[in-house]
Design a protein around this ligand. Structure first.
Ligand code: FDA
Length: 393
């Protein structure tokens, strides 16, 4: 048995959370080892935001995160804000812009964010080892021992930063959950989130609208998002749908308001003002023609509006304001941007991300049961939780 190399902390996973944690801990003089089985660090950062990385959202606040404990993320998010990340970005002279809804992107490339994190790690002397599949993790006498690739290492602190299982082809695994369970931590059932929904049965007919997009309000339970929806050859996607997918559970309906901007009574008003107009043409003024035709056909008002009873028009308005879809499922972890659920926050300190039952064990980033909305929120959680743990190592 080789003598294991000794560190102050071993971080499993060189994604956004792991690298940020390493940079902070190394900057505080800690000897840090980061281990990842992927060939390069930060692969999800590299592909994020269409290659430009939507690295934070200026609206990042705890109510934009899903978790069994909605208050858990509050402390870390308050102590490391989007402004703090922007200061780091400015220090590294990375140009950025706001796209929409507070979403901040690099002007250039997501590679700049990875390079920035690696520079910060290097400045503190952190060691990063990629291409290192983890063979075993053990804990005895207050020390964690990790065997990975050709390495044996040990430390009094172990940080689980291996993310969730979304997009396995990028090296994502459920490793964090297995490890957490082994060390006595609970795991909130993981589900694919920010993921397209599939339509089956009668609703499969909507798949013929594949490629059609429209600005809508999508709702599921108490969550409502006013953004674009997109019909796909499998069902529904687009930002509004991805957002509600995080709240959706099998058997629930997703409601779509196709005309969120119109005032109640608009169809009866149109009947009075333009009695000769027909529904497909009227809807076509506000929606893509193929969608307008499909909705009008389903509503079943074939006559000119002037000849349609008010009762029918009221019913049509109700349908258009809350079209009920019953998704058959999601496109799964293969297409999910993130994972809802994960290591239970009940077992972690919200100040430091350290396990209550096992001092020295930490969990950060997507591995934890904290999931943000679409739009830079998930990276902000990765940075904030990474900093919280990094300051405690
Ligand atoms: P992350 O998954 O990034 O890192 C985990 C690391 O652990 C990986 O490097 C992995 O290789 C390693 N690992 C996993 N299992 C292992 C094992 N068994 N052994 C060793 N290593 C292991 N968010 C956002 O805010 N803005 C955006 O623009 C986007 N865009 C985006 C696009 C796409 C296509 C996806 C899939 C996701 C996004 N996200 C996003 C979400 C964001 O990428 C995600 O929330 C963070 O990367 C999570 O960071 P973590 O460091 O927690 O995990």
């Amino acid at each position: 048995m080789p003598v294991p190399a000794s560190y102050d902390a071993i971080i499993l996973g060189a994604g956004g959370a792991g690298l940020m944690c390493a940079a902070i801990a190394a900057g505080r003089g800690r000897q840090v080892l980061v281990i990842d089985h992927a060939p390069e660090p930060g692969r999800k950062i590299l592909i994020s935001g269409g290659g430009r990385c939507n690295f934070t959202n200026i609206g990042a606040a705890p109510d934009r995160y899903l978790s069994a404990n909605p208050h858990f993320a509050r402390s870390a998010l308050a102590r490391y804000t989007p402004q703090d990340f922007l200061e780091l970005v400015a220090k590294h002279r990375i140009a950025w812009h706001e796209k929409t809804l507070g979403q901040l992107f690099c002007d250039g490339s997501a590679r700049q964010i990875v390079a920035m994190l690696l520079d910060e790690c290097a400045a503190g002397g952190a060691t990063i080892r990629c291409n290192a599949p983890i063979h075993s993790v053990d804990h005895a006498d207050g020390r964690f021992r990790v065997s990975a690739g050709e390495m044996e290492a040990e430390a009094p602190a172990l940080v689980v930063a291996t993310g969730g299982p979304s997009i396995p082809k990028l090296g994502a695994t459920g490793f964090a959950y297995d490890l957490a369970r082994r060390f006595g931590l609970k795991v909130v059932e993981p589900r694919p989130a920010l993921v397209p929904l599939t339509l089956g049965g009668e609703e499969a007919l909507f798949r013929s609208l594949s490629g059609v997009a429209a600005p809508v309000e999508a709702r599921c339970e108490d969550a409502a998002f006013r953004e674009a929806a997109l019909f796909t050859h499998k069902g529904l996607s687009g930002p509004a749908i991805l957002q509600v997918s995080s709240y959706w559970r099998h058997g629930q309906a997703v409601l779509i308001d196709f005309l969120p901007e119109v005032a109640p009574g608009w169809l009866r008003e149109a009947k009075r003002q333009r009695p000769r107009v027909r529904l497909p043409a009227l809807l076509g003024e506000r929606l893509p023609a193929r969608l307008a035709d499909t909705l009008a056909e389903r509503i079943g008002i074939a006559v000119e509006l002037g000849n349609a009873p008010d009762r029918k028009l009221e019913e049509a308005e109700r349908l258009l304001a809350g079209w009920s879809f019953a998704p058959s499922g999601t496109e799964g972890f293969a297409k999910a941007e993130v994972t809802v659920g994960g290591i239970s926050t009940a077992d972690l300190s919200q100040q430091t991300m350290e396990a209550r039952k096992l001092p020295g064990l930490f969990a950060i980033g997507e591995a934890v049961d904290v999931t943000g909305w679409l739009g830079g929120y998930n990276f902000q959680w990765a940075w904030a939780s990474g900093v919280a743990a990094g300051q405690a190592l």
